[in-house]
Design a protein around this ligand. Structure first.
Ligand SMILES: Cc1ncc(COP(=O)(O)O)c(C=O)c1O
Length: 419
């Protein structure tokens, strides 16, 4: 027992207030403007943007639209401060050890390509990169291109019939030539949440570096790169209530320092002659040219907005919606759920018997219900499942139980028309 301090122990903290999606909707112009009720179930593709993000971007262009880092006048200095402040917000949000480890990119795809070049180009023929059967094309194709450049071997950990990555299979696929394990934190097609910390630990024990594709994780899971122990992490602003055209590559400092730049140009250099160039310090070494300044500022505003809502509250809200959606969809005749992961985030994939997902998506769309129907940029996963496509509903902070009711009504209508 701890020695008494004579101070009363703190009262148990009250449970956090649940999110109020109806109040949250008031912060979104597209809900205020929608003539008919907007049933937006496609946040896994891109989340909607709250006013504060749109205002941050617009105000940036109104007040400080100058370029950064190079100008010695107040407007440029203010723009630089805003951009670097956004970097610090990202650093805090993902708990990176230093701001130098946060590189602004144009998105997850760009961030993974940066690693495929900066880290990948130093690999030798026969070195292995390990991915899983859940990956988005953004975490497949850059490694195939690297295979063409360097002769590396791309290995895939198969998933279980439930749509999960079994750590035992992952461990078995690691070998002495595995140089990098690159895997998603949350599957965009099935919603599976992978055991990131466990997979990172397994890869590190085998001497491999790790890259976490956090594109689907950022808006619903607390992400802590130091707790996870990963070497790289990639995400996009537009799935985190932020603007398009900005994303982040987190890289552990030693890894980034050992890497060559991916793109050359202004700002990433220290000195240039016709004979040779020396590179700038981190993080600028990887930010050639004028970066997405306003978008980064908007991403900072989005992060602040998410922090104010609180990720645990967001996760609780979305978990309740997903559980209700699964229960109601499973009870509907002709609906087949795709994937049954035990740990799932805000995504549900399903099929309608005898109806092509694209036809279903079109009818749902014309009835005001925005879902995604397709291969979700995960064609190898669809091949494994033996499906051409699925219908995907994804949930976010502004979704309500009524959205699920509308989805079910839309499905029944689709079945009446096409079934
Ligand atoms: C898991 C995952 N990885 C990568 C991406 C690519 O993101 P972006 O198109 O923003 O680069 C996505 C986008 O859907 C995704 O869901």
């Amino acid at each position: 027992m701890e020695p008494s301090t004579g101070i009363l122990p703190p009262m148990n903290k009250p449970a956090p207030q649940p999110l109020d999606p109806v109040a949250i909707r008031r912060e979104f112009a597209c809900y205020r403007q929608a003539g008919a009720p907007l049933v937006y179930l496609d946040s896994a593709s891109s989340s909607l943007k709250p006013d504060c993000v749109i205002d941050a971007v617009a105000n940036h262009y109104r007040q400080t639209p100058a370029n950064i880092h190079r100008g010695l006048y107040p407007m440029s200095e203010a723009a630089t401060a805003a951009y670097e402040n956004a970097r610090e917000q990202v650093r805090r949000f993902i708990n990176a050890a230093a701001r130098e480890e946060v590189i602004f990119t144009s998105g997850t795809t760009d961030a993974i390509n940066l690693v495929a070049h900066g880290f990948g180009n130093a690999l030798q023929a026969g070195d292995e990169i390990l991915i899983t059967g859940l990956e988005h094309h953004a975490n497949i194709v850059p490694w195939q291109l690297l295979r063409e450049r360097r002769g590396i071997v791309l290995k895939v950990v198969p998933i279980t019939p439930a749509g999960e990555v079994d750590p035992t299979d992952f461990r078995a696929a690691l070998g002495p030539r595995t140089r990098l394990a690159a895997f998603t934190a949350v599957s965009n097609a099935l919603g599976t949440e992978t055991p990131v910390a466990e997979l990172v630990a397994l890869a590190r024990a085998a001497g491999a570096a790790t890259l976490v594709d956090a594109a689907q994780a950022m808006a619903c899971c607390p992400v802590d790169v130091q707790a996870w122990g990963c070497d790289f992490l990639a995400f996009s602003g537009h799935k985190l209530f932020g603007p398009n055209g900005v994303g982040v590559l987190y890289g552990r400092r030693e890894r980034l320092e050992a890497m060559n730049p991916f793109k050359g140009g202004g700002d990433m250099i220290r000195a240039v002659t016709y004979e040779r160039t020396t590179y700038n310090d981190l993080p600028y070494k990887f930010e050639a040219g004028t970066p997405p300044i306003a978008a980064a500022v908007g991403l900072g505003a989005a992060i602040q907005w998410v922090e104010e809502l609180g990720l645990p509250r967001i996760a609780t809200h979305e978990a309740a919606l997903v559980a209700a959606a699964i229960e109601q969809l499973a009870a509907l005749p002709g609906v087949e759920l795709v994937g049954r992961p035990r740990r799932r985030r805000s995504i549900v994939s399903f099929q309608l018997a005898g109806i092509h997902p694209h036809d279903a998506g079109t009818i749902l769309g014309t009835n005001g219900i925005a879902v995604r129907a397709g291969h979700h940029c995960a064609q190898p996963l669809m091949d494994y499942l033996g499906l051409p496509a699925t219908i995907r509903a994804s949930f976010s902070v502004y979704n309500t139980p009524e959205d699920i009711t509308a989805l079910l009504a839309g499905i029944r209508r689709t079945q009446e028309i096409l079934g």
